[in-house]
Design a protein around this ligand. Sequence first.
Ligand code: ATP
Ligand code: MG
Length: 736
Amino acid sequence: MSLLEGLNPQQQAAVAHHGGPLLVVAGAGSGKTRVLTRRIAYLMAERGVAPFEILAITFTNKAAGEMKERVAALVGNRAKAMWVSTFHSACVRILRQEAVKLGYSNTFTIYDQADSLRLIQLVMKDLNLDPKRYSARAVQSLISNAKNELQGPADYLDGTQNHFEQTAAEVYAIYQKRLGGANAMDFDDLIMKSVELLRRFPDSRARYRSRFRHVLVDEYQDTNHAQYALIRELVGDDMEGIPAAELCVVGDADQSIYGFRGATIRNILQFEEDYPNATTILLEQNYRSTQNILSAANAVIAKNESRKEKNLWSEAGSGPLLTGYVAENEHDEAEFVRDEILRLRQENLSKPGDTAVFYRTNAQSRVFEEVFMRATIPYKVVGGVRFYERKEVKDLLAYLRVIANPDDEVSLRRIINTPKRGIGDRAIDGVSEIAQREGTSLWQAMSRINDSDIPARSIAAIDTFVSLIIALRTLSEAKTKPSVIAAAVLEQSGLLDELKNSGDPQDEVRVENLEELVAVAEEYEESEVDEGEEISLAGFLEDVALVADSDEIPEGEDHGGVVTLMTLHTAKGLEFPTVFLTGMEEGVFPHSRSLGEKKELEEERRLAYVGLTRAQRQLYVSRAEYRSAWGAPNYNPASRFLDEIPTDIIKWNHGGDRAYSSVKTTRRFNAPPPKPTGKKSVTMELNPGDRVTHDTFGLGTVIAVTGEGDKAEATIDFGGYGQKRLLLRYAPVGKL
Ligand code: ATP
Ligand code: MG
């Protein structure tokens, strides 16, 4: 098949474009992502470009995976060597190679929002800042904005305009130092440090510029300044002896919805100024939606003032009218959605797997969940309290992170007394003071704590903890699989015992979650083997750290047969035959925070445009006359976006006159099969003097054996590798 087949002339021109920078701007559903995918395949198949010369940036890891798959379907397995990833993943890959130049070790830890907030709180506490006067979250967001503008602490301080910002600048400076000391980077650092690397080190710059001859970016409208700078550095400019890479970006200014993260449509509006030799291609045909859906979306977005007029049309026919529904309250709204899903299924118009329910904020999912659960409609919530945010999962991950990087202060503090092992806050403060006084990390201070005035009992407890971590680190050093290390942590740390011995029924679920994380590690191992990559604990942690909300979108053509529930932000780039856009009320959507602000209202409107344009055939919009907030009913008027939909393409229903509620729920959906539980293994018997061999450390002699059964450890002398303490239950040693 020709790689230009099934494309319109403008799309073909974009796919085959040769040379200078290319900008494809077009409305929703016009095939931008399709162009990007085809272009990658075309580069390889028709222009002899090697896969490793291609860097493609997508909005989510999930989108990256899909794009890789589609390209592989077009050009075969060679596609595997391409870098198709999010900005963050690409930066991690670069920094794992180069972080040493910036003063980090390659095993640096990635802090998520919660970790970063924790560290900011610690810093603010040390500065004696009153948490009631200074919100750590507000400080976090100022720091994040500064980083997105590539401002370090000093630059940021220069531009501060009030006392609060000056305080934030002070916190920023110390926070950044503490991050460095913990050998950790937060999410914004990943981009900022990569830019710094490319700007400061000509050899690094040359390496990546000569490698990536083609840079492609999807959803370009949502890049912030730091990401924009990264692209510029990577593409280069014919100076320094390396010709500029070919750049192709696709985006839609009307879908820019990350202003609050510093994304600026300026990047798309001024592309032509920034790249004077750029070519711009417009796409105008929408292939996704019916004309009625498009007309609704076009009418809503037309109300934004600062935008270029677009002329988006569809050949798909007018299609069914939109359905509007005015519910009494949020429960009625959810029941309406339920009844429609059941009716569409009964009448063979749409399956649950073809359906998405969108809302403005995560908290709105709960009512839908309850109603769907009772009706046994299979569903999946994307985002919300995510698996990786659960306490027990974070605990286990914190152990793994400390094993990979013991200087990681936030993780170390999290596990130091979890489960309880008699190391109290006073003792931790004591160690922390030593660390600050000596300018070392918390871990280093803990490792040689004996000559301090901390009570002997605490010292003994800290020593035991340090030995545990050292033993677990030996596993990692011996290249033990992450799943095995995770299992070892669960057993050796006491985490599992604590949960198993508790009477709290919730703890059973927590045990399952921990087992699930071990299963995630196993999946990681399998996929790395498939891709021919090396398995490592750091690699696994990196995978976990980069999982974005939208990575949980159910796989496959019909999304695993389940209704997908998600916020509008997560819905970007996706499409569904049937879409419910719910909670369309002033104060909910548009969000209350945006009501007085023109700029923010325009962003809310773009979000509405994104939501409406996800639908292929059936589009429902609904609102509730009142909705409970903090226990009290809130009466909200209809969202202004509803009033903007032309009245001749929508049919309205009201809660009172609902005719659908008679649909019976008949079919039951099966519960998932129970998960396999922990595996048992046998511990080998060793005695001092025994000769052993180890997969990584080679030949050794047993010096001492301590503990019994699952907890048995042996100290073994491996000659050149020195003496190691091995947990025998997990150690791949053989007796000679
Ligand atoms: P968004 O702005 O929402 O990200 P997009 O511009 O990236 O949308 P795609 O997702 O690439 O649009 O395409 C929308 C749908 O139209 C997809 O199902 C795609 O396969 C289909 N499509 C795109 N171009 C064509 C074409 N020339 N012929 C047939 N179908 C097409
Ligand atoms: Mg797209």
